[in-house]
Design a protein around this ligand. Structure first.
Ligand code: PMP
Ligand code: GLN
Length: 392
């Protein structure tokens, strides 16, 4: 066998989330790396999915999703973002936000198009953009404030810009973009006639201010493809049900990408997600309040062991500066050591950067706090014990 496989795909490393989860398993460590809750999502939703399996819902769903789920996505856009969405023509149900991202980018990008991305970034963005022949234009946020560098962002845009990929609330920083920042991005989209792929999977996990979608800002309705994930909104990450909301002409092309990627998503899960999206406001408030409490437990605990914890206003994640405990190790070596010796797994933050865009920070790791309170407390106790032994 001599002919090369697809070089870009073949050269990709295994995702850091899988690498660190395997390391956690090998060392029986508490896994605060890969972002998934360690409790089940709402039992009534699981029951709806189970009932639907026994209810003649086992053949292909319609290409763009079950009507009841598309209706629920449209209603949720109205309830939480004041957006008027046509459930028939402006919603596409996908197999997770990962597929939604791929389909949205496939719908937009042609080889040679510039795509603006903000670092640190979720690990599938760059490979997907590059695979489609897009040219990434990276703009880096600086810790600890992660404020948007407006001049650098403006400089990244040009007539060649097809789209920005914007993630708010942001993985891995926990940043929630301010309305002013969103409006600045909107002004650039208007000026350069570009689109926005809005990864809003953590839309229901903001802790200080309600989530604002770029799509809800003036003139942005026609330029945005907004992506949600039932995995995050209902703590059911294994279900892999996502949804794209976009103006009809864009949604029609997203649907064509979806027809070749997956075609249709599991119907019983779609039915249950429709049920979930129709839950009352209290459910969504409790989800965020619960997660804010977990952020506080973990952040206070990490501070008590001497780590500097960066601010976090949303998502499942906090970043911490490891310098006080790392003894000169970089983030990758420290994350390995913490798993092997303390029994706590994190994600080295350099994984969220493109080294071709300048040396990434090597002093940050990402902790997931979407875990039971006692597990978070145990993780802190383990780090405390390990740090005291190391000093002694
Ligand atoms: N975008 C971001 C920012 C994420 O953190 C994740 C991961 N969980 C995804 C997309 C993918 O979501 P899903 O599991 O629904 O594919
Ligand atoms: N989004 C999750 C995280 O950031 C991981 C999802 C995955 O492993 N693909 O941890």
């Amino acid at each position: 066998m001599t002919k090369p496989l697809n070089r870009q795909i073949a050269a990709l490393p295994t995702t850091i989330f899988t690498v660190m989860s395997e390391l956690a398993r090998a060392h029986d460590a508490i896994n605060l790396g890969q972002g998934f809750p360690d409790t089940e999502g709402p039992q009534d939703m699981v029951q709806v999915a189970a009932d639907a399996l026994l209810d003649g819902r086992n053949q292909y769903a319609p290409l763009t999703g079950l009507p009841e789920l598309r209706r629920a996505v449209a209603d949720s856009n109205a309830r939480f973002q004041g957006l008027e969405i046509d459930a028939e023509s402006e919603v596409v149900v996908t197999s997770g936000a990962t597929e939604a991202l791929a389909a949205a980018l496939m719908a937009l990008i042609e080889p040679g198009d510039d795509v603006v991305l903000i670092e640190p970034l979720y690990d599938t963005y760059l490979p997907m953009v590059r695979q489609l022949g897009g040219i990434p234009r990276l703009v880096r946020l600086q810790e600890p404030g992660w404020t948007l560098p407006r001049e650098a962002l403006a400089a990244a845009f040009s007539a060649r810009t097809k789209a920005i990929l914007l993630n708010t609330p942001m993985n891995p920083t926990g940043k929630v973009f301010t309305t002013e920042e969103l409006d600045f991005i909107a002004s650039l989209l208007r000026q350069h006639d570009a689109y926005a792929v809005c990864d809003e999977v953590y839309e229901h996990l903001t802790f200080n201010t309600p989530h604002v979608s770029l799509m809800s800002r003036p003139d942005m309705r026609e330029r945005c493809l907004r992506i949600g994930s039932a995995g995050k909104s209902f703590s059911l990450t294994g279900w892999k049900v996502g949804y794209v909301t976009a103006p009809a002409p864009l949604a029609a092309v997203v649907a064509k990408a979806h027809q070749n990627l997956v075609f249709a998503t599991a119907p019983n899960l779609q039915r249950a997600v429709a049920f979930g999206l129709n839950k009352d406001d209290q459910y969504f408030q409790d989800l965020a309040a619960d997660m804010a409490r977990k952020r506080d437990i973990l952040s206070a605990g990490l501070r008590s062991v001497g780590l500097e914890v960066l601010p976090c206003d949303g998502s499942y994640f906090v970043m911490a500066d490891i310098t006080p405990l790392a003894n000169g190790l970089d983030d990758v070596a420290f994350a390995r050591q913490l798993t092997e010796e303390a029994g706590v797994t994190t994600i080295p933050a350099s994984a969220f950067y493109d080294p071709a865009n300048g040396t990434p920070p090597k002093h940050l790791v990402r902790f997931a706090f979407c875990k039971q309170d006692a597990v978070l407390q145990d993780a802190v106790a383990r780090i405390k014990h390990w740090a005291s032994q190391k000093d002694g």
